[in-house]
Design a protein. Structure first.
Length: 282
């Protein structure tokens, strides 16, 4: 079921197999609930609901599993933002209330509950996806990443010395070798320095991706690789780009610069398309 389609957002998951085992019920309910609710829709809680039809399930076991889903299973404290209803009834507007009252309610400002926010770059990417899906800004994702590429290009110029040192640390592996003499039981420790191989560089690149966001790291690597003319092949150019990104991820200050730029662009787009977004989802 495609989460982005408002018409299909509500999920109804039937299961006619009899079940009494608690573990089986937990796994099944987890699968039935997780996928439809992987992406929440703000502004309409009914679109964030999953109806699980369990005609042959043991009610006590289901209730116990529901309790664990609500409390997290261990602490016993109710987790915020979770609500499970067994045999719920849908409340509809009171027909005795005039229609103009309901129309007035639609224009009242709404505010969602405060939740842990995603990182600015991920939030910008998500906003770009929604703008593109709603046909408000074609190729918004590409445009967002193009702006972030400019920021990272500027970072390379501003932190050139730091990135050069960080690049050297990415390309070298330092360690200690332990040698033991079986006869004398003597041990010696020797320092060594080796050139980093592909696996080491990729590990550093993935860690940098967690700093600047994996999606941005991927597109920026492609951006850098396309500018390398003296590489023998595309793979070599991509490894060179991954090395550069790994070095950028080690430099203090890069994350804050990228965060500020992403927040600034997201704020500009939200201000520019605010009315269109509101009209589109009304």
């Amino acid at each position: 079921m495609r989460a982005g389609d408002l018409g299909l957002r509500r999920a109804q998951s039937p299961n006619i197999r009899a079940a009494t085992d608690k573990t089986h019920i937990t796994q099944l309910l987890g699968r039935m609930v997780r996928t439809p609710l992987a992406r929440r829709m703000s502004g309409n809680d009914r679109l964030n609901a999953v109806d699980c039809l369990l005609p042959h399930f043991n009610k006590q076991s289901v209730t116990a599993v529901v309790t664990e889903l609500m409390t997290g299973g261990e602490s016993g404290e109710e987790l915020p933002g979770r609500r499970v209803l067994i045999n719920p009834r849908e409340m509809k507007p009171n027909p005795a209330i005039p229609e103009d009252v309901w129309e007035k309610l639609l224009f009242l400002p709404s505010q969602t509950l405060t939740r842990k926010q995603a990182r600015p770059v991920k939030r910008l990417t998500a906003l770009a996806h929604e703008l593109a899906m709603d046909a408000l800004l074609p190729d918004a994702g590409k445009k967002a990443h193009a702006e972030m590429h400019k920021v990272l290009d500027d970072v390379q110029a501003r932190y050139a010395a730091e990135i050069k040192n960080a690049r050297q640390s990415v390309l070298t592996v330092e360690g200690k070798a332990v040698l033991t003499d079986v006869q004398t039981q003597a041990m010696t420790f020797d320092d060594f320095v080796e050139a980093a191989d592909y696996a080491v560089i990729e590990d550093a690149y993935r860690r940098a991706g967690r700093t600047i966001s994996p999606d941005l790291a991927t597109t920026y690597a492609e951006h850098l690789a396309s500018q390398i003319d003296d590489a023998d092949d595309e793979e070599e150019a991509l490894i060179e780009a991954h090395t550069t990104i790994a070095a950028i991820g080690l430099v203090l200050g890069v994350k804050s610069d990228l965060k500020a730029a992403a927040e600034r662009l997201a704020k500009d787009w939200l201000g520019k398309y605010h009315d269109d977004i509101k009209a589109h989802h009304r």
